[in-house]
Design a protein around this ligand. Structure first.
Ligand SMILES: CC(=O)SCCNC(=O)CCNC(=O)[C@H](O)C(C)(C)COP(=O)(O)OP(=O)(O)OC[C@H]1O[C@@H](n2cnc3c(N)ncnc32)[C@H](O)[C@@H]1OP(=O)(O)O
Length: 408
């Protein structure tokens, strides 16, 4: 299997393969959108005797991590021809991904798997979690916090990147697991203004609306991106909240009150919120909000473990020896002393006996401050040789807010 750069001349053939593998029949504008995304990515393909049999691309994104940001390969489009499955094509393409990450200086890679069973073997671990929620808005939303009384206004979608871009950027240090955005990303990925991303298939929900809170001319103290669907024969009118940011609890209270009181709607669908969303505590009647699913969202791979560990900030000092397994990228494996402090961390090879033995996959799951390492000790996946070592490492990894990735 020959894995190499996917040339521009093979883009259409690669799209055919992607749409075949994912069972997609898409309108022309969505195909054109996929083509542009694939063309702009770090793209590569597997050829069997000259025949295209696998394809993958990595978007060149920047991921927020605790205390900073890292260049990230956001893996997408992974497709293997049904005639070539389970012959190691994906494994060969992953090896190409590691080479590209090293060449492009991307210490981390991430993805949303189509199936959770696929990527753990390559050292990816679920690093952020999201809650799917539903709010019953058939009755007034009662809250325990008085909503901020500053005005709400609907933004013209064309103004959103300029008005909300800086506001969104300000959230990056607060929550790990997010991507930096440019104006195109706002327009196409977040707002889907031309319907190309969704292919206009939005389950009856209309165009993106954006409501912002704050005085005109000021950076909004909060905003929500949402869509609405009027009542139908067998279903009530509904609001779908795609993104919501608020500086304070009263700002969040004002935005949720607005979303729960839109005429001709009686349900608010909330597909993805952080597990520590204050909404769950703001409501007077907790039964008014139901968590309908709790699911992993972003899967992370520490491709260059040393760079990743030394790039993030740490909440507490530790001095621990970790015995790290990494079968897909043995260059990371071995015994290392992790020393953290207010000025950062060092990760140095050592012969000292380990306090913890773990796989790079579990380290990735803990890296953004999501799942505590103790959970993996309890699950028998991480070995704690020194009692209390996992608890100490958890204290150092902890972040004020849980990591969250709202977009896929
Ligand atoms: C980020 C994204 O783009 S996610 C999208 C992934 N793509 C899809 O789901 C599209 C449809 N599926 C496909 O194209 C292919 O089946 C792929 C890409 C999932 C797998 O490609 P393959 O070339 O068949 O994988 P490959 O042969 O390298 O398999 C390597 C190992 O992973 C395992 N594996 C592969 N796919 C799966 C799966 N869906 N579930 C569980 N295990 C899997 C194989 O059994 C093999 O295990 P082994 O090493 O123990 O023998």
């Amino acid at each position: 299997m020959d894995v190499r750069e996917l040339p521009e001349s093979d883009l259409d053939q690669a799209l055919d393969l992607i749409h075949l593998a994912f069972h997609f029949t898409l309108p022309d504008k969505t195909r054109a959108y996929h083509r542009e995304m694939l063309r702009a990515s770090s793209r590569f393909a597997a050829y069997d005797d000259g025949q295209l049999s696998g394809v993958a691309g990595a978007h060149r994104l920047t991921l927020s991590v605790p205390g900073g940001q890292l260049p990230c390969a956001a893996v997408d489009f992974v497709s293997v021809a049904p005639t070539h499955r389970r012959r190691g094509v994906l494994t060969s393409m992953m090896d190409e991904l590691w080479r590209r990450c090293a060449a492009e200086g991307r210490p981390v890679a991430c993805l949303w798997p189509s199936e959770s069973a696929i990527y753990g073997r390559y050292g990816f671990g679920a690093a952020t979690e999201s809650y799917r929620m539903e709010l019953d808005s058939s009755r007034p939303l009662a809250l325990r916090v008085t909503p901020d009384t500053r005005p709400l206004r609907l933004l013209d979608p064309a103004d959103v990147p300029a008005v909300l871009g800086p506001r969104y950027d300000a959230t990056l240090p607060q929550r790990a697991g997010r991507f930096t955005r440019d104006a195109t990303w706002w327009r196409r990925q977040v707002l889907d203004l031309d319907g190309a991303r969704s292919g206009d298939d939005r389950d009856g929900f209309g165009a993106a609306r954006v409501v912002a809170l704050g005085e005109r001319g000021e950076v909004p103290a909060g905003y929500a991106v949402y869509r609405t669907r009027g009542p139908g024969e067998n279903r009530p009118g509904a609001v779908r909240v795609e993104e919501l940011e608020a500086d304070t609890a009263p700002v969040a209270a004002a935005l949720w009150s607005y979303l729960a009181s839109i005429d001709l709607t009686s349900t608010v669908h909330i597909p993805a919120r952080p597990a520590d969303d204050p909404l769950l505590h703001l409501v007077t009647d907790r039964d008014q909000v139901r968590v309908t699913a709790q699911e992993p969202s972003l899967w992370l791979r520490l491709v260059d473990v040393r760079t990743a560990l030394t790039a993030r900030s740490w909440a507490a000092p530790v001095d621990l020896v970790l015995d790290l397994r990494d079968t897909a990228l043995p260059v990371n494996a071995g015994r290392f002393r992790l020393t953290t402090g207010p000025d950062g961390a060092t990760w140095l090879p050592t012969d000292d006996s380990p306090d913890l033995s773990l796989d790079v996959r579990e380290l990735a799951s803990c890296y953004l401050g999501g799942t505590p390492l103790r959970r993996f000790v309890q699950a028998g996946l991480v070995t704690e040789h020194t009692p209390g070592a996992a608890r100490r490492l958890d204290a150092a990894l902890e972040t004020e807010w849980l990591p969250f990735t709202g977009e896929d």
